[in-house]
Design a protein around this ligand. Structure first.
Ligand SMILES: NC(=O)c1ccc[n+]([C@@H]2O[C@H](COP(=O)([O-])OP(=O)(O)OC[C@H]3O[C@@H](n4cnc5c(N)ncnc54)[C@H](O)[C@@H]3O)[C@@H](O)[C@H]2O)c1
Length: 246
């Protein structure tokens, strides 16, 4: 049976590139996002041969029932599920004191608890098919950056969620890994990448001197999902152009 991947945050830049890479690797695709209009546009951009083996699902990762429904719909549509990509995410650029507790909880609910909800919901299907989970963490998980407090905490949690699920679910045949990019051009970073001061500072901090292309994140996800990575679990693959070396 052709393997199938469920990608959350699939309307976003990284989600779209990931869907294209997994599709090119021969997978069927269940693409899920809260933004149905953007999701439809993303599906329409896929080449016809990939579009015909793709389904689109409205998903809110903060809602238990929505997560369960989308996993069930994906399994029903594709007959199997071998990969979950946790890409849904939100960014709030505030310091600890600027962030309200309600905002802190909302960011964690999407970025961290959302990945946990989806991983739980997909566990049975993935275990049945020797599956894998790849989450999109961030360099914010391990580099303390001022001004994106809730986001950094959520991604640090997501990286450790990855290690703990890898340990617990190895016996179920499920590999759990993450990728951690530094800045990637997307709706999430449009504001900062339009600020020449930010761009100058950021590029000076990245030895390779360039933002991370969504396609490079997608290639890392595709590798971690592939049979070639069968010995790899609990790992965070950093894509930061060398930013964390110095
Ligand atoms: N852009 C970057 O610099 C960067 C760097 C490191 C990690 N990431 C992570 O990569 C992932 C994808 O981000 P992106 O850069 O493509 O941004 P994006 O804003 O283009 O995509 C994020 C997507 O998540 C969806 N989403 C938000 N809340 C949701 C919810 N409750 N349920 C389902 N979907 C929801 C949005 O509708 C959007 O389509 C995120 O987890 C982000 O934190 C991004």
């Amino acid at each position: 049976m052709t393997p199938a991947a469920l990608v959350t945050g699939a309307a976003g830049a990284i989600g779209q590139a990931t869907a294209a890479a997994l599709g090119a690797a021969g997978m069927r695709l269940a693409l899920a996002d809260t933004d149905e209009t953007a999701l439809d546009a993303a599906v329409a951009k896929l080449p016809p041969h990939l579009r015909e083996r793709t389904t689109a699902h409205r998903l809110d990762v903060t809602d238990d029932a929505s997560c369960a429904e989308v996993v069930a719909a994906a399994v029903s549509a594709h007959g199997t599920l071998s990969l979950l990509v946790n890409g849904a995410g939100v960014m709030v650029r505030d310091t600890a004191l600027q962030t309200s507790v309600a905002t802190f909880q909302r960011v964690l609910d999407v970025n961290l608890t959302g990945a946990y909800r989806m991983s739980r919901a997909a566990h049975a299907a993935l275990a049945g098919d020797g599956g894998a989970i790849v989450s999109i963490s961030s360099t914010h998980a391990f580099l303390a950056a001022k001004g994106s407090f809730a986001y950094g905490v959520s991604k640090a949690g997501l990286s450790h969620l990855t290690r703990l699920l890898a340990l617990e679910w190895a016996e179920d045949g499920i590999r759990v890994n993450a990728v951690a990019p530094t800045v990637v051009p997307s709706a999430m970073t449009e504001d900062v990448l339009a600020d020449p001061g930010y761009v100058n500072r950021k590029m000076a901090a990245i030895p390779l001197g360039a933002p991370i292309a969504p396609e490079h994140v997608a290639a890392a996800v595709a590798y971690l999902a592939s049979p070639g990575a069968a010995s790899t679990t609990g790992q965070i693959l950093v894509l930061d152009g060398g930013e964390s070396l110095a």
